[in-house]
Design a protein around this ligand. Sequence first.
Ligand code: GLU
Length: 508
Amino acid sequence: MLDNAPRMTSSAVRVRVAPSPTGDPHVGTAYQALFNLAFARQREGKFILRIEDTDRARSTSESEHMILDSLNWLGLGWDEGPDVGGPHAPYRQSERLPIYREHVDRLLADGHAYRCFCTKERLDAMRADHREKKEFTGYDRKCREIPVDESASRAEAGEIFVVRMKIPLEGDCVMRDVLRGEIRKDWASVDDQVILKSDGFPTYHLANVVDDHLMEISHVIRGEEWISSVPKHLKLYEYFGWEPPVFCHLPLLRNNDANKSKLSKRKNPTSIEYYRRAGFLPEALVNFMGMIGWTRAEGEEKFTLEQFIEHFDIESLSLGGTVFDVEKLRWLNARYIREDYDAASLLKLLQGWALGPEYLEKIVPLAQPRLETLSDWGFLTAFFFADCVPVREEDLTLKGKEPSDVAGILQMSVWRLEELASFDAESIQGVLRSLSEKLDIKLRDLTRPFYVAITGSKASTPLFDSMELLGRDLVRTRLRHAIELLGGLSTKKTKALEKDYRALFTAS
Ligand code: GLU
């Protein structure tokens, strides 16, 4: 325990996770949920789920639904949230807009914030200029000088603006973190952060602080990547005259690679949904996440959520070694399957996973035209029940293309599929069709390596429907596996490919 670190004590513990529903439910969210939940349970506090959906372009209700569903699957339930309600409802930020407006107005009235009328063109030119001179690339504060009356009348006249908070021009911000003690940052390196966007939506910073205060959050336990936001947040607490919560930033989850880079889906599956589909058990995943950064005194690595809650001490969390080692997770998962299930309960588990009517009913119509005998079912549909499928590199071919070109095409499809709001057969077909048109390759030819990568064989059930059933995560994993088989893509090659990709697709 560091001397100058704040203590995790408080009479009424209220903690939260605040995911943004902008993509797959991330294992990082589950990791944070686990520590928050355990901390709340240890202190008879409350654990809250808040949906931070102020990014209108990227937030989807599908993603929100998946986040709630995945956390429930893991058994990391909450006391208050958008689905269960609670004393501080609503728990979805898009339903709290008047609250944020009121608080922005308060900051404007008190002179702690100002309207900024700068156009995108001006800001782009300013940034380019700063970059060239190697200066601080933040906003140059031009509009901070606009007199209050002029600012109000320009807004009244309908001029478009954002609102920025005023950051001190000099001095240091001193913040305290439970795991790191005192951290200092000079204010000169902090930008006059936008707190209200031109569409009337708050940014993360404002909404997060206002909600943490109104929802009476006592401890903010979240990922390390948010440390750099703390100075802005502390300033907002000060401007509003509120007591800030205790901050505890959890170390980032990392890939198990040589330089222990930040966990990314380029290297590891990061979606909880992937682990569910690939046949990992929720109790193993929760156990595994608990193991990251915390070792039980007795050294036993297998433990239940209840045991974790009983013994875990957040103040003793180590800052290093938070590696998301999938091999270790597999080992642990295997122990659960072997040690915690008898044949009858394992059968139930398998049925609930993929061998139940719900999934099988969808596969049957795809398989039917290709069955000569019922026993063809086994080999034909095995890939629906697998994580990765065995693929031979020599089958991943495309007429007139080198293996590295095929890898590039598969990678482009990964990016393109990533952008799909809905992962259904029609949209997937649309992606491959547009790829075939842009690359001037017949769709029939283009789909060949896809068949092989996804199903493991050259002919199988219809490709697009099969991809829909497998879902985004297994498809991504298999395409990535195929890219690796074809020799992989170096950083340099990926950069060049990204450029080609942008050139091909930005206009569409
Ligand atoms: N919405 C933020 C996220 O997606 C929440 C960060 C925080 O916990 O303050 O991670």
